[in-house]
Design a protein around this ligand. Structure first.
Ligand SMILES: [Zn+2]
Ligand SMILES: [Zn+2]
Length: 342
């Protein structure tokens, strides 16, 4: 089969002819119908985030059709539409037992530690596959498995309650889902902070209140719009010290600031005014959980989560075009969401 693989970090991905994967008794062979090209893949190709072993087929946002099932598979049959949870966990270590399988001691992310979805077929354990409702396209199903799932995990960890208010910092791939999922969770008002007009317009069309951070201090604006109360939940999806600080400052009494964007840089917090006096919390967010995916797929089925504004393009399974998309992602951040149709 054809697979687009990372041979060496810092070099373009290459097409290789490799055998169709063999499957174990509890595995599925899935014919890939859609594989999202994620910003993380650009980091893997560049070598800023490590991939092992090499060569490896990238692609962790995958949806397709069950082509073959292992002898012990009970929940799927040939022809089922499925999407794949990217974290393949052991199911019995300390963290898996707690339901925190993103920290599984032997967890392996597909497209990073095992061959991923930039290929015609992928092998996956049965327990990592989820039925994809007919109402959701393969393209949307694929990207739901990364950015949408992580946004939902962030809202869960921030313990968003119906009637509460939310501020979303960054209207990229994660933000578009975060706005819709916050409303689906019953948020009474969602503020969307960004600096680009196109993204703010998209946020407005999704029923968020847009705030342009290049025109005014978004924290002051949030305070003004909430009669100085601040929001209950702030999600930081950008990964910049400035926006992390803004997210913390924008929460009110008992507020929760959830940090999703990745940065190795420090940011400052004024303990008394920003945390202690409000009993506010800062929460770190890492990946998402298999148990969160059914709810996500149900909201996708109902149209409460609509990713039409996110998937901008589809491309064939060809190294040249995929490398070009990764170049674009490196240049413009998360502006484009491209999905491969093998
Ligand atoms: Zn991703
Ligand atoms: Zn485990």
């Amino acid at each position: 089969m054809k697979a687009i693989r990372l041979i060496q970090p810092g070099q373009p991905l290459e097409m290789q002819e490799i055998p169709i994967p063999t499957i174990g008794p509890r595995d599925l062979l899935v014919r890939v119908k859609a594989a999202g090209i994620c910003h993380s893949d650009a980091h893997y190709r560049a070598g800023t985030s490590q991939v092992d072993p090499l060569p490896l087929t990238l692609g962790h946002e995958v949806a397709g059709i069950v082509e073959e099932i292992g002898a012990g598979v009970t929940s799927f049959k040939r022809g089922d539409r499925v999407c794949l949870h990217y974290m393949v966990s052991c199911g019995h270590c300390l963290y898996c037992n707690q339901g925190n399988e993103q920290f599984c001691v032997s967890g392996k992310m597909i497209g990073k530690y095992t061959d991923g979805g930039y290929a015609e077929y992928i092998s996956i354990p049965e327990r990592s596959a989820f039925l994809l409702p007919d109402e959701i396209s393969f393209e949307h199903g694929a990207i739901m498995m990364c950015s949408s799932a992580t946004s939902l995990h962030a809202l869960h960890k921030a313990r968003l309650q119906p009637g509460e208010s939310v501020a979303v910092f960054g209207v990229g791939g994660l933000g578009v889902s975060a706005i819709q999922l916050a409303l689906a969770c019953g948020a009474q008002q969602v503020f969307a902070v960004d600096i680009r007009d196109r993204k703010l317009e998209l946020a407005r069309s999704l029923h968020a209140t847009p705030i342009n951070a290049s025109l005014s201090d978004p924290v002051k604006e949030i305070m003004r719009l909430t009669q100085n109360r601040g929001v209950d939940v702030a999600l930081e999806l950008v990964g910049q010290p400035l926006t992390m600080r803004q997210a913390v400052r924008s929460v009110g009494i008992m507020g929760r600031a959830a940090l999703v964007g990745i940065s190795a840089d420090s940011f400052s917090v004024t303990p008394y005014h920003e945390l202690i006096n409000k009993e506010a919390q800062i929460i770190g967010i890492s990946d998402h959980l298999a148990q969160e995916l059914p709810r996500l797929l149900e909201w996708g089925r109902q149209g409460k989560l609509d990713l039409s504004g996110v998937v901008t393009k589809t491309v064939p399974l060809e190294a040249g075009v995929i490398n070009a998309v990764l170049n674009q992602l490196e240049g413009f951040g998360d502006d484009v969401r491209v999905v491969i149709n093998p």
